[in-house]
Design a protein. Structure first.
Length: 194
């Protein structure tokens, strides 16, 4: 059975798909970086629209993944191909999926990096004198062309900054010197998330 046998019409005669993003994004960031651009491109190509989305969290409260509901105007192969081209052009993290009942297609080319800043073990002076916004801006400068900041999460012991780009290794390498020098980045950890 192929995708077009599986796609079901919704009440408004659209065909429903879900894009599950392997991205740790706050809802506002999901909208800015993925949902709104995908919707605009679908409307421009006259093949569909987005219809909201959701966020899945770990028990810790940290975001695990998010998704976007997509409604295609019909189940023609051309519209599905346009959707895949849009997803590829916008760029989504590796480990993302396009889903329908009984159908799953892997999508995504971006790699993800989580920078966890230690929120409990540094001196009060460091927390008082350093600025997390400076960290975000400086790393974005260092990553220019290879990745960028997408979202964050504030946990009880760490603050996570999420970056997505071409290569985890390159992003990590470009920020290493800064992480070793800036006081707020002491005792931080870097993890690959896509």
């Amino acid at each position: 059975m192929g995708l077009f046998d599986i796609l079901k019409k919704t009440e408004n005669n659209k065909y429903h798909l879900r894009l599950q993003l392997n991205a740790r994004l706050l809802p506002i960031d999901r909208g800015e970086f993925f949902e709104d651009p995908i919707n605009e491109a679908l409307e421009t190509s006259k093949c569909g629209i987005t219809d909201g989305g959701g966020t899945m969290q770990h028990p810790t409260g940290e975001i695990e993944f998010c998704d976007i509901e997509i409604l295609l105007k019909d189940n023609k192969v051309e519209n599905f191909d346009k959707l895949l081209q849009i997803i590829d052009r916008i760029g989504v993290p590796k480990g993302s999926f396009l889903l329908a009942d009984g159908f799953e297609q892997s999508v995504g080319t971006l790699e993800g990096l989580a920078l966890y800043l230690n929120g409990t073990e540094l001196s009060e002076e460091v927390y008082h004198n350093c600025d997390i916004n400076y960290v975000i801006e400086k790393i974005d400068e260092l990553l220019k062309g290879s990745g960028r900041f997408y979202s964050h999460w504030e946990g009880p012991e760490n603050t996570a900054l999420y970056y997505y780009g071409i290569s985890f290794g390159e992003m990590k390498q470009r920020m290493t010197s800064f992480l070793s020098e800036y006081p707020l980045c002491q005792k931080c950890r870097v993890e690959q998330i896509a």
